[in-house]
Design a protein around this ligand. Sequence first.
Ligand SMILES: Cc1cc2nc3c(=O)[nH]c(=O)nc-3n(C[C@H](O)[C@H](O)[C@H](O)COP(=O)(O)O)c2cc1C
Length: 237
Amino acid sequence: MEEREQTQQNKLVWNPGTLLSPVPPALVTCGTLEHPNVLTIAWTGIVNTIPPMTYISVRPQRHSYPLIRQSGEFVINLTTAQLVPAADYCGVRSGAKENKFERCQLTPVRAAKVQAPLLAESPLSLECKVRQVLELGSHHLFLAEIVAVDVSPQLVDQQGKLHLERAHLAAFAHGEYFELGRSLGTFGYTVRKKKDPRPRRDTPPSKGPSAVTAGKGKMTQQRRKGQTGRPLQRKKK
Ligand SMILES: Cc1cc2nc3c(=O)[nH]c(=O)nc-3n(C[C@H](O)[C@H](O)[C@H](O)COP(=O)(O)O)c2cc1C
């Protein structure tokens, strides 16, 4: 069979590869608060809801590998756009040779349920305990239970709702870092009933434009000006 052939649908068929994108360039912390290490992990994801489970795939050559294998613990810290330089550095330099926390001005802090520290600079951290190790090939997969979630209070509103969209999270796709930007909708928005835009009888009729049209107007103005910044935050009712 040819290495690169063309299907009837006019797609190029390539050799198998790891091209799933985007993936998170997660900052994974391990070791202890006194002797911590941090490395960048893109091979990670969620694999179960109840109990909440995740995995990280780590090459045995990494300095972090024996730390995670022996302790059975690690923390996945979400990477923001601001943390991308640290994520890149921690992904190309080894903790065997230097203290990456000092070099990247990262702060290890005590976690609630594991000995591995979490990163103060990350808005959300998943504390994990390893349940199984799968020796797959180049990488060994640590299948783990998420035993606690640490979230920055700045991302939580007065009703206790998490606003992860405010965190400016980073994504990694085909060797490049990106900042998450424009929201295209929320879970289930395609089937959700639209709210009745007519004013309720007990509320006085509004003189100005509704929140929806006001928002649209602003967005239109923004586009007219040729701005490509982040979308406007929807105002709270
Ligand atoms: C964006 C990015 C993603 C990475 N993903 C992984 C990964 O999923 N698994 C892995 O073993 N190494 C991955 N690496 C490489 C390690 O982070 C890198 O070898 C690091 O220096 C290991 O640090 P340590 O020796 O202190 O453990 C990645 C590197 C980068 C830059």
